[in-house]
Design a protein around this ligand. Structure first.
Ligand code: GRF
Length: 187
């Protein structure tokens, strides 16, 4: 394996997907290394995992999108970042920002896209009595949850499923799917 691709993970909260990517990146055959973590939430739990792993992290307030993106771009440049993973990052990025990382920003979403874009996916899946659900890793465009699909994992919605049980089962799949999709992208 040649040089790893210097990558940044954007988060807003818990960070189980961040954790999984960081863990996988320790393997010498994994194509990326996590050189930076950015959060728009100072209290994001995921930041602790970055800290624990000695990964540089930054918090930028995103209430003003222009200054948020400006701060991010400066730091991404400083750290020579070439690839971005959004992992529970709860803010849309502008098309101007996305243009600067064309086909280099990916996201994970807890549904079988193009079904159930946006928030509260599990609740809506249950309300529609879907037989299947799952998760999707896709490229990021300026349209919500709409870029080209890289990889999906499908699971059966069980009888007596609750929003909580579904969330838990899908998240477990997400944590496996995200590193798998990254590997696939660079293989
Ligand atoms: C995941 O369900 C992800 O699909 C969605 O936000 C959640 C983030 O979870 N975009 P975590 O912070 O990675 O644990």
């Amino acid at each position: 394996m040649g040089k790893k691709i210097r990558s940044c993970i954007f988060i807003s909260g818990r960070g189980t997907n961040l954790r999984s990517i960081i863990d996988h990146s320790k393997n010498k055959n994994f194509p990326i290394n996590v050189a930076l973590v950015i959060s728009n939430n100072i209290k994001a739990k995921g930041l602790n995992y970055a800290k624990k792993n000695n990964i540089p992290f930054k918090f930028y307030n995103s209430s003003n999108q222009i200054s948020f993106e400006k701060n991010c771009l400066l730091e991404l440049k400083r750290k020579k970042i070439k690839f971005i993973c959004l992992a529970g990052f709860m803010k849309m990025l502008s098309s101007n920002f996305i243009k600067k990382f064309k086909h280099k920003i990916v996201n994970i979403h807890p549904s079988l896209l193009p079904k159930f874009k946006g928030l509260n996916t599990h609740k809506r899946v249950l309300a529609k009595r879907e037989k299947y659900t799952g998760c999707t890793v896709h490229f990021v465009t300026s349209k919500l949850d709409s870029g080209k699909i890289i990889l999906q994992k499908k699971i059966v919605v069980k009888k007596n499923e609750t929003e909580g049980s579904l969330k838990k089962r899908v998240l477990k799949q997400e944590n496996q799917l995200y590193p798998k999709a990254i590997k696939l992208l660079f293989s």
